[in-house]
Design a protein around this ligand. Structure first.
Ligand SMILES: Cc1cc2nc3c(=O)[nH]c(=O)nc-3n(C[C@H](O)[C@H](O)[C@H](O)COP(=O)(O)OP(=O)(O)OC[C@H]3O[C@@H](n4cnc5c(N)ncnc54)[C@H](O)[C@@H]3O)c2cc1C
Length: 427
């Protein structure tokens, strides 16, 4: 299911067998079009757009789910339907932020953009740090990112290196090299005067994707990893004291742990914050930074070391005071959160509306996992209408209730039994 076609008006229909590498390359090939999305070529567009879809272009153009105009989706009752602002609007709302609990999206229709004519691909790599300088660099990054224009997007990456902690910054600027330097250089001057390498290169959109993501081709199998990830989406800058405590934790526990690890701190804000907070079920429009914490087994193969869970959990706890329900990004799913913690962390105040829509579209909770959206009423009463029936359900084609379906199953089983019994008697 890798169909991808772009209409003359820039609308693209992409089947969900496409991965991000296929999407970026296919849009470029069909008229130099572009979308905001993540950087890994092997990530699928089904989950990615359902839960968000963040990439460097997001500060300028939003999350991938913000570009969705409609979705073709298979519902729990087996029907293929369309969800859009005018068809099944409740389902459309739910799919953009919590999609996997509601159906299987078979194709997205995206509103694509003309690819920016010039992208400045930049990075800063530092030599080894001492804790004070690392903290100072993060405080400076946080101050810059909280107010930076949306044309610039950046991530800080940290991890263990040669008995210390490394830090690098890299990102994209959508504009001229001169404009980039006028914004970037004054900030670089505020960083600790430490050995560092700064580079900035002007290139076209597709070369910038390759520069960040590597080869966009997805024809060979992706190497596996055995990892545990967590995330935080923060809407207020962290205090200097908590950044300092966090950096101390990294130096105390992160230099030679039982796992490989890295942390990415992405600049959010900009166009991500433009849509009204209730326009989709994505809950954290006010995030100004997204943290991704990632640890993996040393050789990438199972098992994941058990100490790796506490290592990452405590690393996050030093930043959020151990609040397990702090806002988090559902695309970086954390299996150690309880259902309740994950519901608050991922879906915030939209959770109860999601639960009502769930009862209307998936009354038997077919699309379920430990952290999925549960039904709003106990399963034993799902055959009766939910208290507040979403309008979309009234518009969609009628389907049998749980009780009807079970009755039909019994009849079929009974007929099979009669046939089997008669054949047996005959022989
Ligand atoms: C190496 C790597 C790099 C990443 N980089 C980024 C990044 O830069 N930015 C970012 O935002 N995220 C990033 N992610 C996270 C990524 O967006 C999520 O893991 C995403 O959910 C994966 O989508 P998938 O389609 O591959 O789904 P899977 O991993 O197969 O599934 C994830 C969830 O989506 C559901 N799902 C999958 N397809 C569909 C569908 N068609 N309809 C309904 N539900 C579906 C699944 O049931 C499951 O619940 C990265 C992940 C990895 C592993």
């Amino acid at each position: 299911m890798k169909g991808l076609s772009v209409s003359p008006d820039g609308t693209a229909v992409a089947q969900t067998g496409n991965l991000l590498g296929d999407l970026a390359q296919g849009l470029w090939d069909q008229g130099q079009r572009a979308l905001p999305h993540g950087t890994c070529p092997y990530v699928g567009i089904g989950g990615h757009a359902s839960f968000g879809g963040y990439g460097f272009f997001s500060r300028k153009a939003g999350l991938l789910l913000d570009t969705v105009q409609s979705a073709e989706v298979v519902l729990a009752n087996g029907t293929l339907t369309t969800a859009s602002a005018t068809q099944n609007p409740d389902l459309f709302w739910a799919l953009r932020g919590a999609g996997p609990s509601f159906g299987i999206v078979t194709a997205w229709t995206f509103a694509t953009l003309a690819a920016p004519p010039v992208v400045i691909d930049f990075e800063i790599n530092f030599g080894a740090f001492v804790p004070e300088n690392l903290t100072a660099a993060l405080i400076s990054y946080q101050a810059f990112g909280s107010t930076a224009p949306r044309e610039i997007s950046m991530q800080a990456v940290l991890g263990p290196s040669n008995g210390g902690i490394y830090l690098s910054f890299d990102g994209d600027y959508y504009g001229s090299l001169d404009d980039f330097h006028s914004i970037f250089d004054p900030w670089v001057e505020t960083l600790p005067s430490f050995e560092r390498n700064v580079s900035a290169t002007s290139m076209n959109w597709i070369d910038a994707q390759v520069a960040k993501d590597g080869d966009l081709s997805t024809s060979s199998p992706e190497p596996h990893d055995t990892f545990f990830a967590k995330s935080l989406l923060i809407s207020e800058p962290s205090t200097n004291a908590s950044l300092s405590a966090w950096v101390n934790y990294l130096f105390d526990h992160g230099i030679s742990p039982a796992t490989n690890w890295f942390v990415e701190i992405d600049m959010w804000g900009g166009a991500i914050a433009d849509p009204p907070s209730t326009s989709t079920s994505f809950a954290h429009r006010d995030a100004i930074f997204g943290y991704q914490f990632y640890a993996s087994s040393k050789n990438g193969a199972p098992p994941y070391p058990s100490s790796g869970f506490s290592f990452l959990n405590e690393m996050v706890a030093t930043l959020n005071n151990g609040n397990l329900s702090a806002p988090a990004y559902p695309n970086y799913i954390d299996p150690t959160l309880s259902p309740n913690e994950s519901h608050v962390a991922y879906y915030g105040t939209g959770f109860s509306r999601l639960s009502q829509i769930k009862s209307a579209f998936d009354p038997e909770n077919l699309f379920s996992s430990n952290q999925s959206i549960p039904l709003s009423v106990p399963p034993s009463t799902t055959s009766s209408a939910p208290q507040e029936t979403p309008t979309s359900q009234k518009n969609s084609s009628p389907h049998p209730t749980a009780v009807h379906r079970r009755f039909i199953e019994y009849i079929i089983l009974f007929i099979f039994y009669i046939i089997f019994d008669s054949v047996n008697t005959f022989f």
